[in-house]
Ligand binder design. Structure first.
Ligand code: ADP
Ligand code: MG
Ligand code: MG
Length: 481
């Protein structure tokens, strides 16, 4: 095996932007050193709350403090070229603005999703709420977005390409900060042995910036007795990520509870200023009409929704694909920003494009077939792309409109130590970088439009999907090269 790549702090500026260099970072670490780092990393995780509910413990998703296990993590940060990092950070405020502007174009949202609506009941329900808000002329003066734009580095083209833009329930602002800290901590201790410098792991501010955005939104609502309501799933093993955010928020604003007025949304006798959704992105979150009624009531209320129904719709895969069509971005952004955004767009096609469908049937490995779903584990890959397309074409019921086609991105694989349930294994892995963004506007006043830290996720290169909660990937941080 090759020796680890030696990167002293003096190399910081001269480091190359070579993607292939990433491959050398985690080779040749002696096994006794791995064991020492493992032990320290597991202790650190337990002491610092880098934890999730343990799937092996029955009520670990409902009762806090019961059945905790460290979150899956990579033992060492993944190298990432600085130029791409900067590019991804620079895109965050532009995407924030794009979401806000596209959300105002109700016709664009309704028209783009009109065929999807016919075949996808979930999207249809979201669109119904959106329509009803249009009917009653509901305007949102205060708009809060907590987004995460995800990217992979494509080895074929050497381009940073966007996987998707999440506008609802962007997860891991809490735990991602902890993994960056864990890695800095390990490199402070073992960096000399590894030839690595902890200062190359960028500080991660996701949790405090998101808390700050929520607090600022609460402030704009201008009712000191109103509360922030967090909507969560009834069973959530990723609850500590959410508790981290709430804990930091409470430090900034220990919001008091007092009066309420009947024209405002009232929950348990308290006026709600901000509704932060960490649920509601999946059909499973709406088991009955009661949940849809609640979602409608929230949208209709004066509370600030994070996200509003329009922001939620902008984050669908279908809108991602529509935005990639010629002359669409131009409607929302100036030319300079259009060029920056377009550069990170992979190939995206609607399934009413017969050439795209034909290509995907011929070469399914070069495509990913995506339904309008969130949370990982929903996409279709490889031979299943071909089978699904042929079947849906034969059915001829318009169901193709429930999906979009995307160019498959192939990141360069490199060795990584993946740690789950106290056990490490080394494997060829690929990574996905998410950049958090927060946007807050009150009428014409933009209060916040910022890049807010990052999430790196790493998974074995043979795995198609990437979710950490879904069990495919581990949390990681980046080592700038
Ligand atoms: P979700 O909203 O469910 O997270 P994504 O679009 O992020 O949906 O897809 C889930 C995972 O599938 C990603 O994290 C990534 O690992 C993989 N993936 C998605 N799109 C592509 C693509 N175009 N090329 C390669 N892998 C992809
Ligand atoms: Mg998503
Ligand atoms: Mg995703």
């Amino acid at each position: 095996m090759d020796p680890p790549r030696c990167l002293g702090s003096s190399d910081l500026e001269e480091a190359t932007d070579d993607i292939a260099a990433a491959a050398t970072l985690q080779r040749g670490v002696p096994s006794d050193l791995v064991e020492k780092m493992m032990y320290d990393a597991l202790v650190w995780s337990a002491l610092h709350g880098l934890v999730v509910g343990d799937r092996r413990v029955q009520n670990s998703g409902t009762v806090p403090g019961v059945g905790l296990v460290h979150a899956p993590f990579a033992l060492l940060p993944m190298s990432f070229p600085k130029a791409y990092w900067r590019q991804a950070c620079e895109l965050a405020p532009i995407f924030n603005e794009l979401v806000d502007r596209a959300s105002l174009d109700a016709k664009f949202l309704q028209d783009s999703l009109s065929r999807t609506k016919k075949v996808d009941a979930f999207t249809s329900r979201l669109l119904d709420i959106h329509s009803k808000m249009l009917e009653i002329n509901k305007t949102e003066d205060i708009r809060l977005g907590l987004h995460r734009s995800d990217y992979m580095l494509d080895s074929e083209t050497n381009l940073l390409l966007q996987i998707e833009l999440n506008t609802i329930s962007s997860s891991f602002p809490g735990l991602s900060c902890l993994v960056s800290e864990l890695h800095r901590n390990l490199l402070n201790q073992y960096g000399k042995d590894l030839g690595l410098d902890s200062r190359r792991v960028p500080g991660n501010t996701a949790v405090s910036r998101f808390a700050d955005a929520l607090a600022k939104a609460w402030n704009e609502y201008n009712n000191c007795s109103a509360v922030v309501m967090v909507v969560v799933q009834s069973e959530e093993r990723n609850m500590y990520d959410q508790h981290w955010l709430c804990a930091v928020l409470k430090e900034i604003y220990p919001y008091t509870i007092d009066t309420f007025s009947s024209s405002f949304l009232v929950y348990d006798g308290q006026t709600v200023a901000v509704i932060y959704f960490r649920a509601g992105y999946s059909p499973n979150d709406y088991p009955s009409e009661a949940e849809w009624r609640a979602r409608f009531l929230m949208e209709k209320s004066s509370a600030i929704k994070c996200p509003s129904i329009a922001y939620h719709l902008v984050g669908t895969k279908k809108i991602q694909q529509e935005l990639a069509k010629p002359n669409v971005l131009e409607r929302f952004l100036d030319n300079e920003d259009v060029a920056k955004v377009r550069k990170c767009f992979a190939g995206l096609w609607s399934l009413d494009d017969p050439d795209a469908v034909k290509s995907a049937i011929e070469k399914p490995d070069l495509f990913v077939l995506k339904p309008q779903r969130e949370g990982g584990g929903n996409n279709i890959y490889g031979d299943n792309v071909r089978e699904t397309l042929i079947r849906l074409q034969q059915q001829g019921t318009g169901e193709l409109a429930a999906y979009i086609l995307m160019q498959r991105i192939f990141p360069t694989a490199s060795l990584a130590f993946l740690v789950r349930e106290g056990v490490w294994h080394q494997d060829n892995a690929i990574s996905e970088l998410g950049i958090y963004g927060a946007y807050l506007r009150n009428k014409d006043k933009v209060i916040m439009n910022d890049q807010c830290g990052y999430l790196m996720r790493t998974k074995v290169s043979s795995s198609n999907e990437g979710g950490v909660a879904a069990g495919f990937a581990v949390l990681d941080s980046i080592y700038l090269t």
